[in-house]
Ligand binder design. Structure first.
Ligand SMILES: Nc1ncnc2c1ncn2[C@@H]1O[C@H](COP(=O)(O)OP(=O)(O)OP(=O)(O)O)[C@@H](O)[C@H]1O
Ligand SMILES: [Mg+2]
Length: 259
């Protein structure tokens, strides 16, 4: 059985028709694939924080998260966004169920420092309860995972969705990890790179070619490759064929991360 982690980003979720195409795409996969959807929701969190007149900043692509903000993040990601995706998948007859990192103790988080700075309730994942995911696999249910997680200290942590997807991929020894974002792939000097070696990533970041949300995406990709995930792709969404194309033959319309 091929374990396939599909991470979808916040702005892609809001793209018209994408979620039903994702459902069709998952529905077209052969029986020997076990797809898992992990989602972000950066755009929706920003919208909600704006409504509440709450300012926020990022350090290397990670949102600085105080106690009030983590509540908003949980409400938006584990509530609204997660259920919108499940609803769309069910609409395409894909049996799906939504969970967050909190549920069933899927992810145990601890506080993450970014550039040695305390950025609040931002977590990294210490442990993954893979037995919980196995229940979905045996029930032939597609898990739709919000990255919000629980700390061993009992606090709720905002975990970057790319990090969560890659930790899940590593813990499950996944075959494919596909990051679907609002860019066609990794762009360097206005051109899309077809391939990036894990050893180039820190240099590209230091040289300023990779910024914002692409930083955690590439670092998570490198971790996944180093820990044995077979294929890691970063791509945009084209149509309901996208997923199948990314899987068969390991070809990608975007960027392949390799070791
Ligand atoms: N070299 C680069 N190539 C492509 N995109 C880049 C690059 N450097 C920075 N980016 C930015 O990274 C963004 C993608 O990361 P972002 O975190 O915004 O989206 P996401 O991870 O898909 O969604 P979410 O964070 O909601 O899960 C792109 O929209 C782009 O602005
Ligand atoms: Mg992101």
């Amino acid at each position: 059985m091929n374990t396939v982690i599909i991470k979808i980003g916040g702005s892609t979720i809001d793209a018209r028709g994408l979620l039903s195409e994702l459902g069709q795409s998952i529905g077209m996969l052969s029986e020997d694939n076990f797809p898992i959807v992990v989602h972000g929701g950066g755009k929706d969190i920003a919208k909600q924080l704006d409504l509440l007149n709450k300012e926020f900043t990022f350090v290397e692509g990670m949102r600085v998260t105080d106690a009030e903000t983590v509540n908003v993040v949980q409400m938006v990601l584990s509530g609204d966004v997660n259920k919108r995706i499940v609803n769309a998948l069910l609409g395409e007859n894909v049996p799906a169920a939504g969970i967050s990192g909190v549920d069933g103790g899927l992810f145990t988080a601890s506080k993450m420092l970014q550039k040695q700075q305390d950025i609040g309730f931002v977590g990294k994942i210490e442990q993954v309860n893979t037995a919980f995911i196995d229940l979905f696999k045996s029930a032939r249910l597609v898990p739709v995972v919000s990255p919000v997680s629980r700390g061993s200290d009992g606090a709720i942590y905002n975990v970057n969705a790319d990090l969560a997807a890659s930790e899940l991929a590593m813990a499950l020894n996944a075959d494919d990890l596909i990051f679907v974002s609002d860019v066609p792939g990794v762009m360097i000097d206005d051109e899309m790179r077809r391939q990036i070696h894990t050893d180039e990533i820190e240099e590209l970041i230091a040289a300023g070619h990779i910024t914002g949300g692409m930083i955690p995406k590439l670092r998570s990709s490198a971790d996944a490759i180093r820990k044995g995930v077979t294929r890691v792709h970063i791509c945009g969404w084209h149509n309901s064929e996208t997923l199948r194309n990314e899987l068969t033959g390991g070809e990608t319309a975007g960027t392949v991360i390799h070791g």
